[in-house]
Design a protein around this ligand. Structure first.
Ligand code: PRP
Ligand code: URA
Length: 208
């Protein structure tokens, strides 16, 4: 399945703000939201639209519209919630679920602590959100859980993707496209993305 990387000078500019350790929580959070909105536009490029009769101030015409009720956003806690604002700004009627996971610092394996999705999740197109795709453990486990609940149509949105994480998601879930702002070089010995932006959750919530 495909990996879509946003390639745009403004995105590169915004990524520099995110990478810079001097960027504070407020600006960091705002930029994560802005890039997430653009990722949402990109991920919705293949959306099927419906049609209805409307009347402009000039005449009757047919207008296309998106049935937002067919979608659900699932941020992976914590950092994924930082992306959520950017998506609900443009699709405010999508339903929202949450998957709680943290990485064990030694094994780098994800540990699940929360799972709550809309009850008709299997009928929805699901967009999973997490700013960082590092080893890919969190993303693959989250997608596996959603598939067990009957979800067939999934997309994964992140800000920075590492080659290892892309490989893992593509191997375990070849049907799930990955949308990212940038593909970085590698992981370091602690499983952090290089050059990356550090710990996304800590930077969004100001916890370090
Ligand atoms: C970060 C990030 C992803 C995960 C990515 O979460 O937000 O969920 O690591 O790493 P992986 O691809 O190797 O699984 P973290 O465990 O730091 O939790 P947090 O969002 O609560 O800070
Ligand atoms: N999680 C993060 O928040 N940052 C990384 O670089 C890797 C995993």
């Amino acid at each position: 399945m495909k990996v879509i990387e946003l390639k745009h000078p403004l995105i590169e500019h915004k990524l520099t703000l995110l990478r810079d350790k001097k960027t504070g929580t407020k600006e960091f959070r705002e930029v994560i939201g802005e890039i997430s909105t653009i990722l949402c536009y990109e991920a919705m490029k293949d959306a099927k639209l419906e049609e209805k009769e409307i009347e402009t101030p000039i005449c009757k015409t047919k207008g296309k519209f998106l049935n937002e009720e067919k979608y659900a956003f699932i941020p992976i806690l914590r950092a994924g919630t930082g992306m959520l604002d950017g998506l609900i700004k443009v699709m405010p009627n999508a339903k929202i679920g949450h998957i709680g996971m943290y990485r064990n610092e030694e094994t780098l394996k994800p540990v699940k602590y929360y799972y709550k999705t809309p009850k008709d999740i299997s009928k929805r197109e699901v967009i999973v959100l997490d700013p960082m795709l590092a080893t890919g453990g969190s993303a693959t486990d989250a997608i596996t859980m959603l598939k067990k609940d009957g979800v067939k149509n999934l997309k994964f949105l992140c800000i920075i993707a590492a080659p290892d994480g892309i490989k893992k998601v593509q191997k375990e879930h070849p049907d799930v496209p990955i949308y990212c702002a940038v593909i970085d070089e590698k992981l370091n010995e602690h499983g952090y993305i290089v050059p990356g932006l550090g710990d996304a959750g800590d930077r969004i919530f100001g916890t370090k």
